[in-house]
Design a protein around this ligand. Structure first.
Ligand code: SF4
Length: 213
């Protein structure tokens, strides 16, 4: 399922960089991350920097502690309300979980966050280890969503599937599959302005907001 999605995302006929140039293929769009050298730039990292700016949600990294440690705090956001996004959550998988399976640990982590932090939703990032051991992260999320009564969104972005850029797109797929179209937003008023940024919307806001003397 994930492989099919990755293949689909890497096939972009409308992208000029994805075309053949003379005899040579431009491989930059389908470049795979190299094991051992993907730190800080893997697909998981790309997915997390895309979604972590959703400030009132919990972002749970399902994997060894280093996955969360490598990426935490790399993406800021602006919020006039909740700052829950700044809390780093991880299932902190150990050798024991690799042998026995980490699905129960994942469910307990989701339950703990739901009961103690009351997030609007929980994003669960699947990293390399649970993907390699074959855990059904999507099924755990679906079960938790039903039992706990809040959106639990799997983000299938293990680092080995590709680059940070591919992770950005996998995050978008998670939103398309599990969020967009699931509800109507509240009516906020007559004149609502959406600010859509390319990368550093928080930094750009410094130039827009009134300066304090
Ligand atoms: S998801 Fe994989 S490549 Fe990315 S930080 Fe974790 S172990 Fe490394």
């Amino acid at each position: 399922m994930l492989q099919a999605k990755v293949n689909q995302l890497l096939t972009e006929p409308a992208c000029k960089h994805n075309h053949h140039h003379g005899d040579k293929k431009n491989r930059s769009c389908s470049q795979q991350a190299k094991p051992g050298s993907a730190q800080g730039g893997c697909a998981f990292d790309g997915a997390s920097i895309t979604l972590v700016p959703i400030t009132d949600c919990a972002h749970l990294v399902h994997g060894p502690i280093a996955c969360a440690g490598n990426s935490w705090g790399s993406r800021g956001s602006l919020s006039s309300g909740s700052n829950l996004f700044q809390t780093g959550f991880t299932t902190d998988l150990s050798e024991q979980d690799i042998i026995m399976g980490g699905e129960k640990r994942l469910y307990q982590s989701i339950k703990y966050i739901a009961q103690n932090y009351q997030p609007a939703a929980i994003f669960v990032y699947c990293t390399c280890v649970p993907a390699l051991t074959g855990e059904d992260v999507e099924a755990v999320c679906a079960s938790a969503k039903q039992k706990l009564g809040l959106p639990v969104i799997p983000v299938m972005s293990p680092g080995f599937v590709g680059s940070k850029n591919l992770g950005n797109r996998l995050a978008g797929e998670a939103l398309l599959d599990h969020v967009i179209g699931t509800g109507e937003p509240p009516t906020l008023g007559k004149f609502v302005i959406n600010l859509i940024g390319e990368y550093n919307i928080a930094g750009e806001m410094w130039y827009v907001l009134p300066q304090k003397c």
